[in-house]
Design a protein around this ligand. Sequence first.
Ligand code: FA5
Ligand code: MG
Length: 389
Amino acid sequence: RCHTSAHQATLLREGYTNFLVTGDVYRRDSIDSTHYPVFHQLHRRDNHPLGILKNAIYEYFDTNYNNQFQKFDDLCPIVTTKMCCCRLVVIDGTLFVQNFDDVLVPADHVSRSYNDTYYVDADTVLRCHTSAHQATLLREGYTNFLVTGDVYRRDSIDSTHYPVFHQMEGVRVFNPSDWNASSMDGTLYAAQELKACLEGLARHLFGAVEMRWVDTYFPFTNPSFELEIYFQEKWLEVLGCGVMEQEILKRGGKTDNVAWAFGLGLERLAMVLFDIPDIRLFWSTDKRFTSQFTKGQLGIKFKPFSKYPPCYKDMSFWINDSFTENNLCEIVRGVQLIDNFTNKKGMTSHCYRITYRSMERSLTDEEINELQMCGKILTQLHHYHSANE
Ligand code: FA5
Ligand code: MG
């Protein structure tokens, strides 16, 4: 919605005669001290770690590819699941592009399920990756481009996973003359150029860093790779990439070409770059977080400010087949399954540990008990339960 007036007529029809509607509204607009296109758009804030990172990646591509890459960072996150006609489809000012069919995601792929993706209606979703824009932009004639945006997935939450995060997609199309001069075929040439490009990007951002390539599978690339970086004593997956399936290029009218594509997780890279230990911090509006970052400065290391201990509460309940952990995570941020029990009658119960922690002070057991007993969580769990019944 671009204004809350969108709800006027509906509410009148429903019989309301005196009402106030408050909500987030979205407009494609330029940004200054009094204009902002949506409430969040973290990747478009020059002083936010994600904005600083995006600009550093832009700089790398501008320098190494002679300003050839077109940049998009405000494409609408509401996209279709379907294949549609050959041009961009604009309905009521909204740009519709394709999340699944356009990038060859099979009809039975798990990512299409209601449990993994946020559906607006049967044919419309919040994009779950920036690859949703690949085919559309190719059809529009772009051959070197970067797309940055917020992406949405129903996923459980922990220090490196969050249901809203940011990706940057890169696509580069080659002509036969590019690889003919080498002794390689187009696919090999593109794969090599891709890996060199992304390793160069990692060095540009991090200097010396431990990284490794892992072979993987994506419906839209072949071969496909993931890049992992060693961070906090673990290998952290930071991006997926590969040589674009010919079918996507063909549908984009490019029959003689070969292309590479990558999709990188901006939060994951920013965590490594700025030493940010938890993905949830990116959403913080606490000045002690936001004031630590400055436009153009890559060398900053985040200084943690909460030393306050967490308070744990365990909660168990019987579940049925309709229960999924993603639904629970939707309403309770910061839960962890600690026990899974099935009795002789075949009934299963789960016990979850809920972590409460404040950035400002130590929480007391009493206040958390009160919060749990009369607060939102039980009410929400109850709603969730009734909805499933
Ligand atoms: C994709 O989304 C592919 N579209 C990437 C791609 C593009 C491959 C083009 C080939 C060609 P994947 O689901 O692995 O792949 O996500 C890409 C990156 O997003 C991951 O490597 C990770 O860095 C980040 N990511 C994925 N899920 C989450 C999450 N829940 N929270 C934070 N970051 C995430
Ligand atoms: Mg992956």
